[in-house]
Design a protein around this ligand. Structure first.
Ligand code: HEC
Length: 92
């Protein structure tokens, strides 16, 4: 699996942050936290929404618009975030 680009992911995540929180920590319990989630899990979840295997009224319309590259970038971005809400972890 090719790894996504964190900076690209950050740009693409502007709309995602409306529900999942700017730091990947959601302020509303019905929206799952994404910060620090495993990259592979994020990719598989987004692919599942896109294909219709996993269906959610809030999530499906957003996932439908994503390319494979978008999914890889978004997964890399959220996986690189601090699960405690500190935003992007320091990377070298
Ligand atoms: C309108 C609100 C909303 C927006 C915008 C949104 N999501 Fe979601 N997202 C949700 C909800 C609600 C769920 C939980 C759905 C479920 O139970 O299957 C979810 C679930 C997810 C999951 C699965 C998390 C898990 O723990 O299984 C991922 C990954 C995800 N969203 C990523 C994104 C990305 C990336 C974007 C931007 C392209 C985005 N979401 C935009 C509401 C939203």
């Amino acid at each position: 699996m090719a790894s996504g680009d964190i900076e690209q992911g950050q740009e693409k995540a502007a709309i995602c942050g409306q529900c999942h929180g700017k730091n990947g920590i959601s302020i509303v319990p019905i929206y799952p936290n994404l910060a620090g989630q495993k990259e592979q899990y994020l990719v598989l979840s987004l692919q599942a929404y896109r294909s219709g295997e996993r269906v959610n009224m809030a999530m499906t319309p957003h996932a439908r618009k994503l390319s494979d590259e978008d999914i890889a970038d978004l997964a890399a971005y959220y996986a690189a975030m601090d699960p405690a809400g500190g935003g992007l972890k320091q990377t070298d």
